[in-house]
Ligand binder design. Sequence first.
Ligand SMILES: [Zn+2]
Length: 371
Amino acid sequence: MPGSRTYADVNAVVGGYLRDLAFAQSSQQKMFGYKRAAAAILSLDVPLTDLVGTDGTLPRISGIGPGSTRIIREILQTGESPTVERAIELSDRRAEIERRRRLRRHFLSRAEVRRILEDPSFSGPSLEQYCGDLQMHSEWSDGYPTVAQIADGCRQRGYRYAAVTDHSYGLRIAGGMSMADAARQRHAIEEVNAHLGQQFRLLQGIEANIDPAGRLDLSDEEAASFDVVLAAPHSRLRRNEDQTERMLAAIAHPAVRILAHPRGRITGSRAGVIADWDAVFASAAERGVAIEIDGDPARQDVDHTLAIRALEAGCLFALDSDAHTIAQLSYAETAVAHARLAGIAAERIVNCWPLEQLLAWLASPTSEHRR
Ligand SMILES: [Zn+2]
């Protein structure tokens, strides 16, 4: 392709510039248009460099208007976008846009996820080794699918098991599930399992909220009634102060098996919890608590750079989709891609274990279950 350059993740570069341009707009309508365009590029399955013709033309991409197309061509030709930089200068919002840029580091586009999954040079887990997803949300909290639809969706992806992990009752903004509802959900899950026999097992998990002091939003007895307890922060995610003690307290809870989206970061928006992560990972490793790589494209938390430090600390890992719809189950692939970049062996990933090994770890996280 004449005059073009190759980038590590061209769709992430383009998506970033389109988001910058969105925040440089004074018209709400234009801002939403460029945000939509960025989202469309970031979720493409293939890199833009594969779509562009030899004459530099781009095919029509759903969600991309002529203004965005000009920016994309400019970036493909030069690696930069003077047009976007000019718009930022004129907008008087450079400081805010620079702040957002820093909060997009170590995020992968969908096309880059696909490339990493297919590149045999990475030593980490393959999709074939991935047996089941341990974070997703159903109609019982802020998700859409029924537990039966979740079981079907997971079986279609070739999983042997999965955990439905609705929010606990403390997180009201996410439709947290009461314990009475949890009992009804348990019944619905048992019906699904009875129907599917040995082919597939749906576990009842819970995503407990970590409060500012590191406590969970359900009692010890209530926590013990779930097959798997995830603990995750959903508040105080924009503070500058250190929150190591909060995270250590959550990990020390006897029911917690997975520290889910440990930072609570959101791309271009917030960095999440600031903590001495090496201390958090050391404690998690000692207690057999798995560190999650959350595959939601906006979260990617922890990412591969932090995962390497957790790996060095001796941690186990959980690679999860955090899906709220059936289509979003594919977000697990983002987590697998980060694990491949970090070089995490499948033996260290609880989702790559057979069901019996997973259940043994859930029952007793500190005993030696590794093959
Ligand atoms: Zn969450």
